[in-house]
Design a protein. Sequence first.
Lengths: 503, 328, 337
Amino acid sequence: MEAPAPILRMSGIGKQFPGVRALDGVDLRLLPGEVHAVMGENGAGKSTLIKVLTGVHPADAGDIELAGRSVAFGSPLEARQAGISTVYQEVNLCVNLSVAENILIGREPRRLGRIDWKRMRARARELLARLELDLDVSAPLSSYSLAIQQMVAIARALDVDAQVLILDEPTSSLDADEVDRLFGVMKRLKDEGIAILFVTHFLDQVYEISDRMTILRNGRLVGEFLTSELSQVELVAKMIGQELEVLDKLHGEAKVFDRPLVEARELGRAGAIEPFTLTIHEGEVVGLAGLLGSGRTEVARLLFGADHAGTGQVAIGGEPTPLRTPRAAMSHKIAFCSENRKTDGLVPDLTVRENIVLALQATRGWTRPVPREQQDELVGRYVKALRISPADPERLVRDLSGGNQQKVLLARWLILEPRLLILDEPTRGIDVGAKAEIQRLVAELSSGGVAVLFISAELEEVLRLSHKVAVLRDRKLVAELPNDDALSTEVLMETIASGGRDR
Amino acid sequence: MTTLTLGGGRTIPARYVPVLVTACLFVAMFVVGGIRYDGFATGQVVLNVFVDNAFLLVVAVGMTFVILTGGIDLSVGSVVALSTMISAGLMAGPGWPPYVVIPLVLLVGSTLGLIMGYLIHAFEIQPFIATLAGMFLARGLCYTIGTESIPIDDPTFTAFAQTRIDLFADLWISPSVLVALVVVLVGAYVLHYTRLGRAVYATGGSEQSAVLMGLPVGRTKITVYTISGFCSALGGVLLSFYTLSGYGLHASGMELDAIAAVVIGGTLLTGGTGFLFGTVLGVLVLGLIQTILSFQGTLSSWWTKIFIGLLLFVFILLQRLFSTRTRR
Amino acid sequence: MRRLLWPVLILALLLLVNVLFTPGFLSVQVRDGHLYGSLIDILRFGAPLILVSLGMTLVIATGGIDLSVGSVVAISGALACLQISQDAGVFTAVVLALGLSVLLGAWNGFLVAGVGIQPIIATLILMVAGRGLAQLITDGQIITVNDPAYKLIGGGYWLTVPFGILIVLVVLAVTAFLTRRLALGLLIEAVGGNAEASRLAGIRARGIIVMVYAFAALCAGVAGLMISSNISSADGNNAGLWIELDAILAVVIGGTSLAGGRFSLGGTVLGALIIQTLTTTIYSIGVPPETTLLFKALVVTVVCLIQSTAFRDKVFHRRRPVALAGPATEEKARVTA
């Protein structure tokens, strides 16, 4: 089959943010009537690429051609008028307005300046019919499920003559039936000749719907592939990449762990993670491997009591213990360094010292302040041990670099002397030196008897540090593998790709 | 109970429930009043609520626009007072005729609203603070014009104040009621049938989404504060018909009454949901509370405030229940 | 302490204007064993506002706001005067009034932290109903009391110093102790600065929020005693009218952001003093006192504009900082800062 001329061609796109090279020479082409997946781990540059395409950010380098003409959009509105419509992960509609309005607001049919509701509803129904949907268009959007809202967003996107439809993680909050429904719509649009750019991190979905894919890693193009010609294992390998140097395992020989610290039995939460069973022993480093969105963070949050578990229970030291709040988890010496240090971790307006002592202070309550000398001593010790720079405890945390912010967060939990430390992507977005320091620290803690639950997208890192690895895929814990000589990144990737089916 | 499902038969849409509750409340109060007090259950009692609260109704219409966008306007009471003051001052002092004074007053009110709206939009100052400054400014201007009450004896004004428009069967209303009803109808038309009105709802529903959908959010915000300023000025003119005086202490605390009327009328203070008809009902409920207390005689006037507070509490709780149910 | 620079400058400017118009403005004398002077008057008349503003500061630092303090001022004064007029002891009266105030504050806190209602709306309820409650207590009358012990609170002197000033000093010291010596301040700033991060750090935000609203109401209650004691009567309708707005203003002038987070007690005291001095200045320079509100409007606008990032960018043509990798969160953090 001869491929038609691409409707959209991006070539040599580069984008620099202060301190980060977000995109470097990335190419992308979209053919009419195809579903094209953009794949990559966190920080690979997927969303930056979309933002450059839709005019949210200007590109620093490269060209964009739409239907053979060179274009550069100044705003999403301009992109839309040119025929590139975007539907975002969070539905950007007004749920208080009716379905019809959400599709047509800003372009309502009018007669003598008066909104013609009748024609508006008819037009909205027409557009929805194109997606094989029959809704009560005068009902408020809030009365429909997220999946339907997603469809309404697509209907809005299609009202202007869209040639390119960008779906940015549209399925992340949908259940299986809803995803099927969305895919039905996508296939229909594809048949109409619309080019669909699809971003997701669910592998099965990519293989179900997409024709081709472009893979990014660390802001660079890995390549463009036909979905039918790339196996899941190859895809995972290409997304995660393999660093050439082979590092020693930091934990030395395999030890025997026989003192269970935290045991999760059939612990689960609807819509977040299916019930899983996992035992973490004293001094053991348990790695969680899986792609973004596979449920890694959700496991961590349940074990810390940050979210309520819907099912199952947790035992600590053999005793069944409900973990309903972070406080409850902390009272059992469980600590949690969130992946999202900006929103879930640090208080940007407070100083380094205040951020470090915050959790300790919280456990003591406000009536028993940590004496200033003790604060200075603790903070000084950890600023030095973790090499936080600048080494000024009175500096506001907002002024620190990402790596140093991460260390501040680590220090907050280390001074609590936890028995289980949950680290969610502690090395993401920080420089190599800081990364090695954090890895060393994990190994030290483990030999001191602290259990660590280590979450990372980098498989080498997980392999290097962990005594055993739990593999997650599509919000399910699919395998638990001892870290013996047989375990390699290849095995892990295969497990992620196959979902542990053939093991 | 009122959540809708795709394709399923539906009950009363959730958005009408608060208005219905208010309507039922009004009817219940009227019935209870009618049973307890002689001469209560007449049409004129309801009409008198309109007559006595026409100015509040006009002000509450403007407030509804502002609250629907998710904002708040604390300046309305002061602008009402300023309007009575300017009207009375200009007619009593230089003896300007009403047909010059009234447009001027309306212009002053709208301009004040426009400035506040601009501060809120352009400099991202919280509506609460910006309109607080407007409140101080307008009240300060009142006192600068004069600290005493200024009587109005302009013949047009007095004629307007004393006119009764007879309806059927001995029922009557004042011209102010007509003005207020026209304002309500125009307001409802704008909210329902114009792009501005729909942009008001969209802005209140989700400002970020409204921007992404390409709506003129900034212009909408400035416009609603201008509308609120205009309505306050018009309310001031109606109040000066009603009291035939201008006074810097007029309409003290009226912003609270207006906000209460809007909330009791079922409009969400967070914006995006509500109807002008609800606001009309809210004003009627507030007015009827006062009527009942005056019929009761033994209950003192401060019970009004306590009742309004209680009603606010109930309605806010109701809204809270709704918002947790509809947001997933 | 760059944050206090503006308030200090404004206060100094106001005082300077006063000195120019009234040469003996800064002099403080001892007359009949009492301190006298314009500065003392500013402190004495400003005492209730300072108290209410201190409570408001902590509420605003948690990201909230309390509109009901004016009503609490009226309720507290009304209850105390009613008790005294019914021959209860001054001590009983004061304890009852303050106890009721704390209860009302806890109610606000419960609505905010327990039910999850927006603070501005939750406290609006008590703002409206509270005036009615105050009049209910006084039965709509203005209760006049004539009790020397009660008079001491708002109008008396102790060791030559007006008693109200001493109360302010004590409350200020207690607040500073609770927040800065003990850890309350840190936890409040954490809750106001990032509520979710605070929860994950194990802070019991609910308790803190309820406590802060109760404290604000307690401060308002003390201010209510002071006001009613000073005029020897309780007026449910007018006592503390609009004091919540002045208090919010004082907090904002003092450099505490309405978005919550960092707070400055010193700044708030300065802010309240600026508002009080403004009133005094208007009297002393011979501008009609009616225009006080005009000046206030001007001050609010100027202070808010100075604090507005958008305004500074527009006026000083500063380029907005280039968005970093996470543009949305970066920008938001900066706006709310």
